[in-house]
Design a protein around this ligand. Structure first.
Ligand SMILES: [Zn+2]
Length: 217
C-alpha cells in the first residue's frame, strides 16, 4: 500500500484534512501516512488550528480593503472635481464670450428700434427674429460729446446722448436664441430723459454711432 505515491496522497490530503473525502480515499491516506513521515508532516500543517498568522492575514486583508476603499473615495472625488471643472469651463466659454453685435453684420436695422410711448417713456424694442442680447451697454455723453460713463451711474443732468451697444454673452456660433415675438426693454422713463437728445447704436466694426432715436423725430 505504501506504493501509493506521495503525489496522489498530496492531492487527497486537503480533502482528508477537511474530512470531506470518500471512505476509500480516507483509508488510503490513513494507511499511507502511517508509513510516510513526509506526508504525515504535511497533514499536521494542514490540520493546525486557526493560528495567529491567520488572524494577521485578516488584519492585512482589512487593511487592504480599507486602503482600496480610500482609493475608491479619492478616485470618485477626483472624477467629480474633474467633471465639475469641465462644466465650469463650458460655462466660462459660454458666458465670457462677450461679443458686440455688429449693426450691419446682424442687420439690426430691421431688428431693433427705439420707441417712444404716449407717456414719453423710451423703449428698446427687439423685433421678432432678432438675436437676444443679454445686456445693453450704454455709453453716455454730455452736450460737448464727452463720455460720462459706461454704466448707469452717469450724471443725468449732463446726459444728452446715449450710445448703446448690444452685447451677446454667448458665443456667436452657440447663440441660436431668437426672441419669439417682440420684446421691449425700458431704457428711460419720461422723468429720466429730459435732456436726452439722441440714442445711438455703436457699431464696433465700423466705429460708427448710428442714430436710433432723436428728440422731436
Ligand atoms: Zn508520502
Amino acid at each position: 500500500m505504501n506504493k501509493t505515491s506521495c503525489e496522489l496522497i498530496g492531492d487527497l490530503l486537503p480533502l482528508y484534512a477537511d474530512k470531506v473525502c470518500s471512505e476509500e480515499s480516507r483509508e488510503l491516506v490513513a494507511k499511507h501516512i502511517s508509513g510516510c513521515e513526509k506526508c504525515r508532516k504535511e497533514l499536521e500543517i494542514m490540520e493546525k488550528p486557526v493560528s495567529a498568522d491567520f488572524k494577521d492575514d485578516i488584519a492585512v486583508i482589512k487593511r487592504i480593503k480599507r486602503r482600496m476603499f480610500i482609493e475608491n473615495v479619492v478616485t470618485v472625488v477626483m472624477i467629480s472635481v474633474f467633471l465639475l471643472s469641465v462644466c465650469n469651463l463650458g460655462f466660462l466659454v459660454m458666458f465670457t464670450s462677450d461679443l458686440p453685435m455688429g449693426y450691419y453684420e446682424y442687420a439690426l436695422e430691421d431688428k431693433i428700434c427705439i420707441e417712444e410711448d404716449a407717456d414719453g417713456n423710451l423703449w428698446f424694442v427687439r423685433k421678432e427674429g432678432a438675436k437676444k442680447s443679454f445686456f445693453l451697454l450704454p455709453d453716455v455723453y454730455d452736450e460737448n460729446g464727452n463720455r460720462l460713463s459706461t454704466d448707469e451711474d452717469f450724471d443725468k443732468e449732463k446726459a444728452v446722448a446715449v450710445s448703446y451697444q448690444m452685447r451677446i454673452m454667448l458665443h456667436e456660433k452657440m447663440s441660436n436664441i431668437y426672441s419669439s415675438g417682440e420684446e421691449k426693454e425700458l431704457l428711460f422713463n419720461k422723468n429720466d430723459k429730459p435732456k436726452i437728445q439722441t440714442i445711438y447704436y455703436y457699431d464696433e466694426d465700423t466705429d460708427e454711432n448710428i442714430v436710433l432715436w432723436e428728440r422731436g423725430n
